[in-house]
Design a protein around this ligand. Structure first.
Ligand SMILES: Nc1ncnc2c1ncn2[C@@H]1O[C@H](COP(=O)(O)OP(=O)(O)OP(=O)(O)O)[C@@H](O)[C@H]1O
Ligand SMILES: [Mg+2]
Length: 366
C-alpha cells in the first residue's frame, strides 16, 4: 500500500481503544497526521490524562503501520502529557520550522507590522529561509506593506491534503488572511471565525523548511495571542513600543502575558520605534517627540535586551504605503537599521536556544 495520509488513517481504523469499543480514527483520537518521506507523525489525543492504555495503543499503532507499509517506516507518535489544567506536548507541529518569532505590542499603531515585515526581509536578505505570517486577522496589513494586495494564493495537494502555497516576494514566504478576504470584511469576523482562519494559515500553509517564521500579531492581548501559543510552539516574542507612557504601560501588559506561567514564551527583546525625529535639513538634531529613553528604562526594569531604536523617518511611512520595505535596500541607512536588528534577533535566539528548552505548545483542556 502506498504511504499516504489517507491510507495511514485507513490502517489506523484497525486499532481499537480497549475501553471504548471503537477505533481511534472514529473516536477522533488521531490528530495532526503528517507523512514526511518515510516518516509518519501524529498526535494521539486520548480521553483521559495519562491514559493507562497509552503504551499499548501506541504499540498497536506502530505494528499496524509497519505491517502495512514496511518495517523501515519511522513512526513518531506524540501523546500530550497532562500537567494540572495545562497539557504540554512534544514536536510534530511545523516540524520543518526551526524558530517561530511573534512580533507583539500592547498598544496599536506602534509599528508592529513595519518591524515584523522589515525584520523578515532582513533575515531573508541574510540568507535565512524565512516566512512572514500576518496573524492580524481583523486588520491585516502585510499584503499592503509588500504590495501584494491582489495576490490569491493557490492550493495544492500534499499527501492527499489541501495545502496553501505561500506567496513569495523579497525571498519570503508570505501568508495573510488579507489574501482571502476583503480587509473591510475581516473587521466584522467574529472570534471563532478569526481563530479558525489563523489556524488554517498556520497548519495548511505549505511552509517547507524554514529557519524563521515571523508572525505579525494584532495589538493587545487577545484571543489570537492565545490561539498562537496553543497552535504552535512559539520560540520567542519581540515587543514593539514607542517611548510614550501609554505605549510603555501597554507593553508591560504584553510582557506580563508572555511571561505568565501559562503562556511562558521567552521575550527576545524590545524594539523602540519612533524613538526620535531628525529633520532632513537638521541632521544633527534629534527631537524626542514621544519622550526620551522610555524603552531603555523598561528594558532595564524587566531585564529585556533593547534590540533597536528606530527613529521616525518619513521614508518608513512612505515605503509602508508603497509596499516597498526599506529593509530590502541593504545599502541605505534604513536598510542598515533593520540588518542590525536581524543580527541582534539571531544573536538573542541563539542564546535562548542554548539556555532554554524548546517552547511547548500550550493545550488547554476543556
Ligand atoms: N519609524 C517610523 N517612522 C515613520 N512611520 C512609521 C514608523 N513606524 C511605523 N510607521 C508608520 O506608522 C503606521 C503604523 O505602523 P504599523 O502599521 O507598522 O503599526 P502596527 O503596530 O502594526 O499597527 P496595528 O496595531 O494597527 O497593527 C504605518 O503607516 C507605518 O508606515
Ligand atoms: Mg499591524
Amino acid at each position: 500500500m502506498e504511504l499516504t495520509r489517507d491510507n495511514v488513517l485507513e490502517v489506523l481504523r484497525g486499532v481499537k481503544h480497549p475501553e471504548k469499543n471503537s477505533d481511534l480514527v472514529s473516536l477522533q483520537m488521531v490528530d495532526n497526521l503528517r507523512i514526511d518521506g518515510k516518516q509518519v507523525l501524529f498526535t494521539l489525543s486520548l480521553p483521559k490524562a495519562n491514559d493507562p492504555f497509552t503504551g499499548s495503543i501506541k504499540k498497536a499503532c506502530e505494528n499496524q503501520i509497519k505491517n502495512n507499509f514496511g518495517e523501515d517506516i519511522k513512526i513518531l507518535i506524540t501523546v500530550p502529557v497532562s500537567v494540572g489544567k495545562v497539557k504540554i506536548d512534544k514536536p510534530g507541529i511545523l516540524p520543518g520550522v526551526k524558530n517561530i518569532i511573534v512580533v507583539a505590542s500592547g498598544k496599536g499603531g506602534v509599528g508592529k507590522s513595519t518591524v515584523a515585515t522589515n525584520l523578515a526581509v532582513a533575515l531573508a536578505n541574510s540568507g535565512f529561509q524565512t516566512a512572514l505570517v500576518d496573524a492580524d486577522i481583523f486588520g491585516p496589513s502585510i499584503p499592503k506593506m509588500l504590495h501584494l494586495e491582489e495576490m490569491k494564493p493557490q492550493v495544492h495537494k500534499v499527501d492527499g491534503r489541501d495545502m496553501i502555497i505561500p506567496v513569495e516576494n523579497y525571498n519570503l514566504k508570505i501568508l495573510s488572511i488579507g489574501f482571502f478576504v476583503d480587509p473591510d470584511d475581516a473587521l466584522i469576523w467574529r472570534g471563532p471565525m478569526a481563530t479558525n482562519a489563523l489556524k488554517q494559515l498556520l497548519h495548511q500553509g505549505d511552509w517547507g523548511e524554514l529557519d524563521f517564521m515571523v508572525v505579525d500579531l494584532p495589538p493587545g492581548t487577545s484571543d489570537i495571542h492565545l490561539t498562537m501559543v496553543q497552535e504552535i510552539p512559539v520560540t520567542g516574542a519581540i515587543i514593539v513600543s514607542t517611548p510614550q507612557d501609554v505605549a510603555l504601560a501597554d507593553a508591560v501588559k504584553g510582557i506580563s502575558m508572555f511571561r505568565s506561567e501559562k503562556i511562558n514564551v521567552p521575550i527576545l527583546g524590545l524594539v523602540e520605534n519612533m524613538a526620535w525625529f531628525t529633520p532632513e535639513e537638521l541632521p544633527d538634531k534629534k527631537y524626542y517627540i514621544f519622550g526620551k529613553g522610555g524603552c531603555e528604562k523598561l528594558a532595564n526594569q524587566y531585564k529585556i535586551p533593547l534590540l533597536s531604536q528606530i527613529p521616525i523617518i518619513q521614508k518608513i511611512r512612505e515605503s509602508g504605503d508603497l509596499g516597498k520595505p526599506p529593509a530590502a535596500d541593504k545599502n541605505t541607512i534604513l536598510g542598515g537599521i533593520f540588518r542590525d536588528l536581524a543580527a541582534k534577533v539571531v544573536e538573542q535566539l541563539e542564546k535562548r536556544n542554548k539556555e532554554l528548552p524548546p517552547t511547548q505548545r500550550l493545550i488547554i483542556k476543556n
